[in-house]
Design a protein around this ligand. Structure first.
Ligand code: ATP
Ligand code: MG
Length: 286
């Protein structure tokens, strides 16, 4: 489906990706994890062939029989949205404040298909039902009338309405609170279960990635340091950076478990003071 080989990218003479290779097989969910600045977003924008003038790229990106690095812009426009859907970190930035939600469905569907306005609204209603986004009234609402989590769910529904072969999600949950993050994760999982759409999900949160992806690619400073099946990465991380991420995730889930147990019975915050011991700190702001 998507096959990236030895992708090296320079932006303004600075190397940001170095010989990156990865593939997203048909129907699979692949997760990319890496600290801030590791080149995850540059990788996504290079796949979509955005900002062509600002960067130089070597290597190859093959998608569904097309070479995306050398494809004409006119053809690339047909790929973006229709064949490769995109979900971004900040949903607000993807919505036009003066266009209603229904209007966004219509604009997107009409830009990529031959649907009439009426057909587009019918499709929008179908998507609302599919994603359990509630009453059709929501189509008359404007972006600023809705929460970030709701907008993100709508963005997923809009992207999915074009039935892309691949969905690219760059940090789809980072801008949201924990509860909403979980909802978005569930939404993406549901979408994958219903459609078997291939997905490339980017995050700096191993919990998010481990929850969704069957394969994990670990990036650091523009290099893929490790990749493999999720269970393998979690159980046998090889690169020290991956080991740190896995250890942090394990501690985090332990802390959450304990915090749940103590909820309501003790005040103060639970703090890990060494590898195996937890203490509750009274009245600290740690
Ligand atoms: N337009 C640009 N001009 C110059 N440098 C850029 C540009 N875009 C990205 N970079 C650089 O490329 C590197 C990778 O950035 P990128 O945004 O891909 O990281 P990221 O892994 O997505 O980080 P984050 O987790 O913070 O989103 C960074 O060093 C960044 O400074
Ligand atoms: Mg990024």
């Amino acid at each position: 489906m998507l096959e990236i080989r030895n992708l090296t990218v320079f932006i303004h003479n600075k190397q940001v990706l170095n010989q990156v290779s990865l593939s997203v097989p048909k129907g699979k969910v692949v997760g990319i994890i890496g600290e801030s600045g590791s080149g995850k977003s540059v990788l996504c924008s290079t796949i979509l062939n955005l900002y062509r003038k600002e960067r130089s790229a070597k290597g190859s990106i093959e998608f569904d029989g097309k070479s995306l690095l050398s494809i004409e812009e006119r053809k690339m426009r047909e790929v973006r949205g229709k064949e490769i859907g995109l979900i971004m970190q900040n949903p607000m930035s993807m919505f036009n404040p003066i266009v209603s939600i229904g209007g966004h469905f219509i604009e997107t569907l009409q830009a990529h298909t031959k649907m009439s306005k009426k057909e587009a609204i019918e499709k929008a209603k179908e998507q609302l039902a599919l994603f359990q986004l509630g009453n059709v009234e929501i189509l008359n609402k404007y972006p600023n009338e809705l929460s970030g989590g709701m907008l993100q769910r709508i963005m997923i529904a809009i992207a999915a309405s074009l039935e892309p072969k691949l969905l690219l999600a760059d940090e789809p949950t980072t801008a949201l609170d924990t509860m909403t993050q979980l909802e978005i994760l569930k939404e993406l999982k549901k979408l994958h279960e219903k459609t078997a759409m291939s997905m490339l999900i980017v995050s700096h949160d191993l919990g998010v990635i481990a929850n969704l992806a069957e394969e994990i690619v670990v990036m650091r400073r523009g290099i893929v340091v490790e990749q493999g099946p999720t269970s393998h990465i979690l159980l046998h991380p090889i690169h020290p950076y991956t080991q740190t991420l896995v250890a942090a995730r394990d501690e985090h889930s332990k802390l959450e478990e304990l915090a749940d147990k103590y909820e309501g019975s003790v005040s103060g915050e639970l703090v890990l003071y060494d590898q195996n011991h937890w203490v509750r700190m009274e009245g600290t702001n740690r």
